[in-house]
Design a protein around this ligand. Sequence first.
Ligand SMILES: *[C@@H]1O[C@H](CO)[C@@H](O)[C@H](O)[C@H]1NC(C)=O
Ligand SMILES: *[C@@H]1O[C@H](CO)[C@@H](O)[C@H](O)[C@H]1NC(C)=O
Ligand SMILES: *[C@@H]1O[C@H](CO)[C@@H](O)[C@H](O)[C@H]1NC(C)=O
Length: 178
Amino acid sequence: MKPFTTFIFLCTLCLPLFPQEIAARPRNVTKTIKQVCAHTAHKDLCVSTLAADPSSQQANQTGLALVALRVASTNASDITEHIKVSVTDMSLEPAVQQGLSDCMDNYVDAAEQLDDSVAALLAGAYHDLSTWVNVAIADANSCESSIKGLKTGMSKKNVLFQQLCENALAITKAVAGK
Ligand SMILES: *[C@@H]1O[C@H](CO)[C@@H](O)[C@H](O)[C@H]1NC(C)=O
Ligand SMILES: *[C@@H]1O[C@H](CO)[C@@H](O)[C@H](O)[C@H]1NC(C)=O
Ligand SMILES: *[C@@H]1O[C@H](CO)[C@@H](O)[C@H](O)[C@H]1NC(C)=O
């Protein structure tokens, strides 16, 4: 095949992939994202979650701290919704159902703590913020205790959620110079 023909042929192969490629393409990892994520313990998670949020593109460091808290809060709400659906499965053992129901209470609280933390950051109340984000982390620990030894699929979610909270806390601390 001539180079040009080959090119056209390859392009035809790629074509069906394109729309997904564009949808899945991460947004720009800005210099500010790199700066704030350098303070976190879970850097890859930090960069991917912040870059995925459209409002991160123009955000300064405080703006990114807000995004990080909102990402964690949204995750708590998503997890709550996920549990709400799973817990209705009548075939679950009572112990699992009880564990999941406890976890749901924990995540409802965690989402509230994180929403309050957003308000605290805007008010410059870093001490409150740190207290409340740590309560959210403790909520995930309580959930983990409630489902100990049970098959629920919650453990991975607890770990990831705590990492989101730890990242948000590290970013706000760096922003506040604490
Ligand atoms: C990413 O950066 C490029 C070049 O700076 C810019 O043109 C583009 O709009 C940015 N993309 C997003 C999603 O902001
Ligand atoms: C940084 O972003 C925050 C939140 O979006 C905004 O309130 C603040 O004025 C910005 N600070 C600077 C120095 O631009
Ligand atoms: C957040 O929560 C959902 C729902 O449980 C989970 O599947 C997802 O991977 C979590 N992580 C992020 C970064 O949103």
